[in-house]
Design a protein around this ligand. Structure first.
Ligand code: NAP
Length: 324
């Protein structure tokens, strides 16, 4: 069994030397526990925030994972069961039944989708659009970090909900092309190709009704500028600020008053009750092939740290996962 530990805290952008791969004794399966071999591990932007204080140094890290039970001391879990749990960043995990969610076998749906469009990633997009922004058919939507896990899920879900024009911002023209050609966005641009306010105003000449914001700062300021009066913002994240190089807050926040906008932040962990609704909604579309769970899968546990850093640099399209 090998696990990855944080050994020093970052200053600015994190680097690989802040982590160490540590070999540990395989855990003993006691009554009431089961040993899981991890198959897929998730790397997520919130983990950059955890590196500042929340994660202990030289200790096991948490993260979303899917694994297979290989030995069990509890009748609730049997060898071969596929489970979701939160003991990521390691090859094996000792779990109790209360710590895991058994995954249903969904023929035609790849296992990775349970960490992608059906996982916390897709749930964030779904909750942001349906519960927070209450997106209505025909409305214009702007999504930031649109080519990532939450962003691609938001684009696909919005179209299934009957959205009108869907616009996305991302970090390269290749990713913008992927959004319009593969995901179904009506317009997309690279925020590196000019001032984001101008790029967004060009893409949304008639304004925007709803913004799902994953980036914060200048992206959120641009959204506030183009939102129509009484528009809504579901504020999901502020990835541009996690390295402390840029402020999360937009410079034009007070426009929220004059335009009578609604800006609401949310945490997906407070909306776990929406998960069955998400599965019921999306599974038929995934089975029929009408949609896919956009993903970048990096092979090998030894690539975990590099995959995490690459995701923060924007080298992923869709949900970034590591396959063991
Ligand atoms: P992701 O979008 O798949 O990956 C992160 C992306 O952020 C990168 O691909 C990169 O794409 C972009 N990025 C990095 N630095 C940036 C910068 N300085 N400016 C603009 N874009 C930058 O990650 P995700 O898991 O789907 O998460 C997306 C957002 O949702 C994050 O803010 C995350 O914290 C948030 N989130 C919130 C919740 C919640 O409960 N509220 C739950 C899940 C995720 P580019 O090539 O476009 O730069």
């Amino acid at each position: 069994m090998t696990e990855i530990q944080l050994v020093r805290r970052p200053s600015g952008a994190p680097t690989a030397d802040l982590f160490a791969y540590v070999e540990t004794e395989p855990p003993t399966v006691r009554p009431g526990t089961a040993l899981v071999q991890n198959l897929l591990l998730s790397v997520d932007p919130y983990m950059r925030e955890c590196m500042d204080a929340e994660w202990e140094l030289n200790a096991s890290l948490e993260g979303r994972a899917i694994g297979r039970v290989i030995e069990s001391g509890t009748p609730e879990l049997g060898p071969g069961d596929l489970v979701f749990h939160r003991q990521g960043w390691r090859t094996h995990a000792l779990v109790t039944p209360a710590e895991v969610r058994k995954l249903d076998d969904l023929p035609g749906v790849p296992l990775s989708a349970h960490l992608g469009i059906l996982g916390g990633t897709g749930l964030s997009a779904y909750v942001g659009l349906t519960r927070i922004a209450k997106l209505q058919p025909g409305e214009t939507l702007f999504v930031t970090a649109a080519a990532g896990g939450v962003g691609t899920a938001a684009g696909r879900i919005a179209k299934l909900l009957g959205a009108g024009r869907v616009i996305g911002s991302t970090g390269s023209t290749a990713k913008a092309k992927y959004l319009t050609e593969e995901v179904g966005f009506d317009a997309a641009f690279s925020y590196r190709s000019g001032p984001i306010g101008e790029l967004l105003a060009d893409a949304a000449p008639d304004g925007v009704d709803v913004c799902l914001d994953n980036v914060g700062g200048e992206h959120l300021a641009a959204a506030i500028d183009v939102l129509r009066p009484r528009g809504r913002i579901a504020w999901c994240g502020a990835v541009s600020s996690y390295d402390h190089q840029a402020p999360a807050a937009p410079s034009n926040l007070y426009e929220v008053v004059g335009k009578q906008l609604r800006l609401e932040g949310f945490l997906v962990r407070e909306h776990q009750d929406a998960r069955p609704e998400l599965y019921d909604f999306l599974t038929p579309y995934l089975r029929s092939g009408e949609i896919v769970s956009d993903q970048t899968i990096v092979p090998g546990f030894g690539s975990m740290v590099d995959a995490f850093l690459a995701m923060l640099r924007g080298e992923n399209v869709g949900k970034m996962l590591v396959e063991l």
